[in-house]
Structures are given as structure tokens and as C-alpha cells.
Ligand binder design. Structure first.
Ligand SMILES: Cc1cc2nc3c(=O)[nH]c(=O)nc-3n(C[C@H](O)[C@H](O)[C@H](O)COP(=O)(O)OP(=O)(O)OC[C@H]3O[C@@H](n4cnc5c(N)ncnc54)[C@H](O)[C@@H]3O)c2cc1C
Ligand code: SF4
Length: 536
């Protein structure tokens, strides 16, 4: 029997691939969605397990084990690297299965770094062009929050009721107000009332361990059922894409795919390919797709693919607030963070940072790490501080530089013989200025409160907090970008890249809302091009 030729083959089922599947299936395309990981159910999640029920008390990523496949986290190398770690997953739904769902729009200036600050590049897309897609994505996924009338965090029109601040967050707001630092209700893709057939949050505080009811947005809870309902979706899990194969003209014709369980390899053919494997894995797939037409990797004639790895650097501080110490324990788990500290230094690019608050949850007593001692006295002290914790997690911009990159190494392969990704990354002086500004602000805020402060600022920051972007960048200049402003590959016009690797630069905002808005926009372009016969 001859192999079918699909209209579209999407690789990766996370925020980007899931959105593409929904949009393109709804537009009538016959879509095959390939996902390297397996499908999991709420029975697989460890979210509601107490630390004492787990061998490492929930440390070493124990609760995140369902989101990956055995050995996968070791299948990466870091060479000539400052402290960074890239969180890749292999599961249906990608990282939407264990994200924290803070969804912030990029502001107009975030798309125009060169015009605004004279650094990096302007995007080939403006805020004004993306705003209608932000509106539609927010309405689709369900976002709680409100319009705070702050230019640096532009707001939408469709918000579910905001999360209410807890005691420590009220104290934070009260402290920051006279300092001119806005603290707003967080905008999260978490349901605060029933929405789109999904139940509301029950405030267990385990968003990043997986939500058993689908109150936080994930593609398996939202986009994938919508795509399947069209009858146009073929879903293949445990399907690892090895390389994209091209025709004589250098356009993509098929993808070589290995079944993770049977190890059988086959070619899947399609007219169009949409890549959503995320920053490291999309670059890896393209760099591994070498052919006489693309000897340096698919679409990599200008040696851009893999370069400009950027995203977020981080540094945290914990304070235990005097006025909340020793209170009787109450359930304050909530939906991880409830408020957000907005970027307040908008006049300089090194002021590109904000703070997420209390995202570490309360089930595990984090103060146990900070306190010294042992025995009964120590335990009593841990209990006394349990309700007093306030965590400020700084998220700052990393600048996009060509030398920070992902390469592949043919001498080192995974269990399927696929060359591993190698990350090369060094912080630059501007990154370290952002880091210094984060620390200065964190100390100014905590210094204005009464309590014990435990900073966790290393000499260098930590990156990328799962907000990695930039290795297959879009752009106006074909010399420094691989994709045009629609995410379409310049050297192979039937390949689109829709995950965060397409970002030319980053801001202090988390990337996923922008990933989804760009994907929706790219899909509309694909549908129009298909109608005009330009992609056939
Ligand atoms: C703990 C945590 C907290 C986060 N919190 C936030 C937050 O608050 N706000 C925010 O904006 N973002 C957050 N993120 C980041 C967010 O999850 C990602 O930005 C988003 O999921 C990226 O979507 P994506 O589709 O590009 O990639 P992913 O969601 O990573 O999906 C990629 C998919 O591609 C599949 N894949 C990869 N390679 C192949 C291959 N060769 N063949 C087949 N399939 C393949 C993977 O298995 C995976 O399912 C967080 C992430 C984590 C881990
Ligand atoms: S806090 Fe709410 S959204 Fe997060 S995992 Fe629990 S129920 Fe789901």
C-alpha cells in the first residue's frame, strides 16, 4: 500500500505544535502530528504526592519524571558553558504539561530593541500586528488577570477573574508601592472559573508537577481535542523525528521517523512541515538534516541555525517576614504565584527584568534548606517560618549573540544514533548588568521589609529557566536570520518554524503567549498561501 502524503506534518505537540495542529486541522488540512514522547493521564502524575512519599522527597526532578523518557535528560552536552540548563521534555503536550502558565504579552518596545535601545535587532513583526492574535489566544486558552493600564505589560480584553494576593503578597505590594515598583495580579493561563469545558483551579499549588484536572492550559487538555474533533488529525506519539529529507530542489518532502518503542524507522511524507520541537531540539533536527542541497543543515546556508541562543537569566531571594512568623498553619498553596512584579526600569535595556513571586509552592518547607541546626529545635524553627515565606524570582533578559549556540556532534549520539545537541553559552557584560540590577532591586525590596533574608544569587546567574529561545531566528535581514516574518524558512519555503527558536530577541516576559500568537499568525498565512496554491 502506498504511503499517504499529508497536507501538513507537524513535529512537536507543545504550545507551538499544539496550536498549529488545532488551527490547521480546523482550516481543513489533513495533518499528522508527530510527538517523540508518550501520552500520559492524570494517573501518571505525582503532583499530589507528599514529599515523604517519594525517595528523594520530591527533589532531583522526581515529580517531573512523567514528562520525559528514560535517559533523555542526559542526551545533551554543555561545552564552553557558563551555568545554564535546558529543560527539554518528551511527552504529549510538551512543556505545557508542567509549565507555570504566566502569560505576558511582549510590549511594543520588546519587538524593537534596535530602534528603542540601539542593541540587537528589531523583529520583522510589530506589537500592533500581533495584538489581534494575542487577543484570540488569551480568549482561547483562558487567562486570569486584569488590565493594569501599564504600557510595559500591555493587556488584553478577555480575562477571567484575577487570583487574589495572599498575605505575603499584600505585604510585597504595600512595600513596592512607594518605591514605584508595580505589583499586579499575575496573568496566568489558569482557570479561576469553569471555562471552555474545563474545571476551575482547586488551588493545590502543583502547576509545575502537572495539573490533574486541566485547570491550567495544556495542549492535551485544550488544543489537541479540538484538532481531533475535526477528523483531520492523525496523532503519532513515541515518534522521534531524526531528519527532514528534501527533494532535488531542496524543499522538504518527508521526515524520517523512529518509533521509540519498536525502533522501526520510516519516512512520513507531507506537502508542508511545521516544526515545534522547541529551541534546542528544532535546531538539532535542522542541523542533523544534511543533504547535498543543504550541506550545512536544512535552511542553514548562512550558518545562522543554532546561533543566537538567548532567553532568561534568573536569580532568587527568599525572605521570611517577621509579621507572618509563627502563625497557625493555614492552607495557602494557591495556584503557585498570584502576583507579578512588573519591570520598572524602562528607560534602559539593562533594566529588562521582572519578578515572579512564590512559585515554589508551600507543600515543601524550603526554609529547611536555609536554616541551620537539627532535631526538635530545628523542626520547630522550620514550622515557625512556614507561613512567613516570600520568594522573589528575578527573570531578566539575555542578549542574543551569535557565539551562544547549539551545535550537533556526530561522534556522540542517542540510543537511536541521532547526533546529540551541544550547547555553548557565555554570559556577556550586558547580561551581567541585568543580573546586577535584579540583585540591587531584590535587596532594595527585601531591605524595606522586616524579616530574615536568604539570597540565592551566585556569582553568575542561572539560565534559561525553560524560557530558551532564538536558535532559528526570524528577521528582516537574510544574512542574520533563517526565517522570514511568518516563520517560513528562506531556503526551503515549505518549512515553517513556530516554536521559540524563531524569536530574534527576548524580553523579561515569559515567551509562551508570544509563541502561541506567532503560531496562530503563521498558520493563517499558511492557510492563505495554500488557498492561493503558493505552497503546493
Ligand atoms: C517548569 C516550567 C515552567 C514554565 N513556566 C512558564 C511560564 O510561566 N510562562 C511561560 O510563558 N512559559 C513557561 N515555561 C516555558 C513553556 O513551557 C515553553 O515556552 C513552551 O512550552 C514552549 O512550547 P514549544 O511548543 O515551543 O515547546 P515544548 O512545549 O517544549 O514542546 C516541544 C515538543 O516537541 C517534542 N519534540 C522535540 N523533538 C522532537 C523530535 N525530534 N521528534 C518528535 N517530537 C519532538 C517534545 O517531545 C515536546 O513535546 C515553563 C516551562 C517549564 C518546564
Ligand atoms: S494549582 Fe490549580 S492549575 Fe495548578 S495544578 Fe493545582 S488545580 Fe491545577
Amino acid at each position: 500500500m502506498s504511503q499517504p502524503i499529508y497536507d501538513v506534518c507537524i513535529i512537536g505537540s507543545g504550545a507551538a505544535g499544539g496550536m498549529a495542529a488545532k488551527q490547521l486541522c480546523e482550516a481543513g488540512a489533513k495533518v499528522i502530528l508527530l510527538e517523540a514522547g508518550r501520552k500520559i493521564t492524570s494517573a501518571d502524575l505525582l503532583s499530589h504526592k507528599w514529599p515523604y512519599e517519594l525517595p528523594y522527597r520530591g527533589l532531583h526532578g522526581e515529580k517531573q519524571a512523567p514528562f520525559t523518557t528514560p535517559g533523555f535528560s542526559r542526551d545533551i552536552r554543555y561545552e564552553q558553558c557558563d551555568p545554564v540548563g535546558i529543560d527539554r521534555v518528551r511527552v504529549l503536550g510538551g512543556r505545557t504539561m508542567h509549565w507555570n502558565a504566566v502569560v505576558l504579552r511582549y510590549a511594543p518596545g520588546d519587538f524593537r530593541q534596535r530602534s528603542t535601545y540601539g542593541v540587537e535587532e528589531d523583529w520583522p513583526v510589530s506589537y500592533e500586528e500581533l495584538a489581534p492574535y494575542y487577543d484570540r489566544v488569551e480568549q482561547l486558552i483562558g487567562v486570569c488577570g486584569q488590565d493594569d493600564h501599564l504600557d510595559i505589560v500591555p493587556a488584553g480584553k478577555h480575562y477571567l477573574p484575577p487570583l487574589r494576593p495572599r498575605c505575603s503578597e499584600e505585604i510585597l505590594r504595600r512595600t513596592c508601592r512607594p518605591m514605584g515598583i508595580p505589583v499586579i495580579p499575575v496573568r496566568k493561563a489558569v482557570l479561576t472559573r469553569p471555562y471552555d469545558g474545563r474545571p476551575p483551579c482547586h488551588y493545590c499549588g502543583h502547576c509545575m508537577d502537572g495539573c490533574d484536572v486541566g485547570a491550567i492550559f495544556s495542549t492535551p487538555a485544550s488544543f489537541l481535542p479540538k484538532a481531533a474533533a475535526t477528523g483531520n488529525l492523525t496523532l503519532r506519539t513515541n515518534a522521534v523525528a531524526r531528519e527532514i529529507l528534501v527533494d532535488r530542489e531542496g524543499r522538504a518532502r518527508a521526515v524520517s521517523v523512529i518509533d521509540r518503542i519498536t525502533k522501526r524507522e520510516e519516512e512520513i511524507r507531507a506537502r508542508l512541515f511545521v516544526l515545534g520541537c522547541a529551541t534546542v531540539e528544532t535546531a538539532r533536527l535542522l542541523l542533523n538534516s544534511r543533504s547535498p542541497q543543504h550541506p550545512n543543515g536544512l535552511g542553514n546556508g548562512n550558518d545562522v541555525i543554532g546561533r543566537y541562543l538567548n532567553g532568561h537569566l534568573t536569580g532568587n531571594v527568599h525572605i521570611y517576614l517577621d509579621e507572618l512568623e509563627g502563625r497557625p498553619p493555614v492552607n495557602q498553596d494557591g495556584a503557585t504565584d498570584h502576583v507579578y512584579v512588573v519591570r520598572h526600569r524602562t528607560d534602559s535595556v539593562t533594566g529588562t527584568f521582572g519578578f515572579q513571586v512564590n512559585f515554589d509552592g508551600y507543600m515543601f518547607p524550603h526554609q529547611a534548606f536555609n536554616l541551620r541546626g537539627y532535631g526538635t529545635k530545628y523542626k520547630a524553627e522550620v514550622r515557625r517560618l512556614q507561613g512567613a515565606s516570600l520568594l522573589l524570582g528575578g527573570y531578566g533578559k539575555i542578549f542574543a549573540r551569535p557565539g551562544n549556540r547549539v551545535t550537533v556532534d556526530a561522534r556522540q549520539t542517542d540510543e537511536f544514533g541521532i547526533p546529540l545537541p551541544v550547547v555553548h553559552f557565555r554570559y556577556g557584560s550586558e547580561d551581567l548588568e541585568v543580573y546586577a540590577a535584579i540583585q540591587e532591586t531584590a535587596y532594595a525590596i527585601t531591605g524595606a521589609m522586616k524579616g530574615q533574608v536568604f539570597p540565592a544569587f551566585g556569582k553568575l546567574p542561572w539560565a534559561f529557566a525553560s524560557h530558551d529561545v532564538g536558535t532559528v531566528r526570524m528577521g528582516n535581514d537574510p544574512r542574520t536570520s533563517a526565517l522570514n516574518g511568518w516563520g517560513q524558512m528562506r531556503e526551503a519555503g515549505n518549512v515553517f518554524v513556530v516554536d521559540g527558536s524563531a524569536f530574534p530577541t527576548s524580553s523579561e516576559k515569559n515567551p509562551t503567549l508570544t509563541i502561541m500568537a506567532l503560531t496562530m499568525r503563521a498558520c493563517e498565512h499558511i492557510v492563505q498561501q495554500r488557498r492561493r496554491g503558493e505552497l503546493a
